[in-house]
Design a protein around this ligand. Structure first.
Ligand code: UDP
Ligand code: MG
Length: 316
């Protein structure tokens, strides 16, 4: 059996050498062959030269792809999966937050017949605010989307060959892998691990990025948010009609009394807010359609190197 490790790397020169040593150490102890596919996501530091060196030293087992610019982790994972030749593929972060020791466990579970072996991290060491927002977010989103999204579950997982092929078969431009993995299904098992604090460098996740990621998760799967908007619109209409009836009745009985400025202002501003959210929601879906119909590639390669074991012919 051949095991592929896919590693997206964006500006990881500080940890990459250490990561490589730790992973090869671990994998050497597994029986069975392995390959590591590094994807340089347009790093602006010494990541690419380092990858050339790693691949040069061990060209049979190390392969790298390098993007023409930063296309994001989703694109990097897609490229890695496309170029991985393994019967099973493990996706790992380069920053050692995904303990390489766990690969053993994943492989063992895979041998028991699981197609997806998912590592779920505990939120130990995270800031309370992030833990809380995550919890609320997952509770809300699981009501809205069809696939099940689990807190703490990320991209650190083993995928069997047929799962990889299934994921690659989903050609959408906006990729929300967490959801795609869940969407394809197959026999899945999850185990927990202690979250490791990032060893070097810093997370590229800002609050804004997290918010957008959250919205992506919400909007990538179905049109339930649009349906929710319709429901809300109906509710508001009913309330407004009731209120209107009451006002008219009141005016008929008591005559017109001038006050009502506050009511008016509140109604106008609140409804304007609601309408803008709704319009934005529709815009989001239209924007997604726009990106899909352009059919642009997810990434562009500028360089590849190392092992040429796989059907390495697909350029994008
Ligand atoms: N990464 C990437 N492209 C990006 C940002 C990140 O390939 O634009 C890689 C990064 O090198 C790392 C992994 O994705 O291997 C996770 O990134 P990070 O540690 O910043 O995210 P976090 O661990 O906070 O989720
Ligand atoms: Mg990280």
């Amino acid at each position: 059996m051949l095991l592929s490790i896919v590693v997206p790397c964006f500006n990881e020169e500080d940890v990459l050498a250490r990561f490589h040593d730790r992973v090869t150490d671990e994998l050497d102890r597994l029986d069975g062959a392995f390959e590591i596919v590094y994807v340089d996501d347009g790093s602006r530091d010494g990541t690419l030269p380092l990858l050339r060196e790693l691949a040069g030293r061990d060209p049979d087992r190390v392969r790298f792809l390098s993007f023409s610019r930063n296309f994001g982790k989703e694109a990097a994972m897609l490229a890695g999966l496309r170029h991985a030749a393994g019967d099973a593929v493990v996706i790992m972060d380069a920053d050692l937050q995904h303990p390489p020791e766990l690969v053993h466990r994943m492989v063992a579970l895979h041998a028991e017949g699981y197609d997806q072996v998912v590592a779920r991290r505990t939120r130990e060491g995270d800031r309370v605010t992030r833990t809380l927002t995550a919890r609320l977010y997952y509770r809300a989103i699981n009501r809205l989307v069809d696939v099940e999204l689990v807190d703490g579950v990320g991209d650190f997982r083993l995928l069997s060959r047929r799962t990889v092929d299934a994921v690659l078969g989903l050609g959408e431009y906006n990729r929300f892998s967490k959801g795609l993995f869940s969407w394809v299904g197959f026999r899945t098992t999850t185990f927990s691990y202690e979250n490791a604090v990032r060893e070097q460098g810093r997370s590229t996740w800002t609050f804004g990025k997290l918010l957008n990621y959250g919205l992506d998760g919400l909007l990538s799967f179905n049109n339930k948010p649009l349906r929710a908007a319709v429901h809300l619109g109906l509710l508001l209409t009913v309330v407004a009609l009731g209120y209107a009836a009451w006002i008219v009745g009141d005016a008929l009985v008591n005559g017109v009394t001038t006050p009502g400025y506050v009511t008016l202002l509140v109604a106008v501003t609140a409804l304007a807010g609601v309408q803008m959210v709704m319009a934005g929601l529709i815009g989001e879906y239209v924007g997604r359609i726009y990106y899909e119909v352009k059919r642009r590639p997810h990434y562009l390669l500028k360089e590849t190197g190392g092992a040429s074991r796989a059907a390495d012919t697909r350029v994008t």
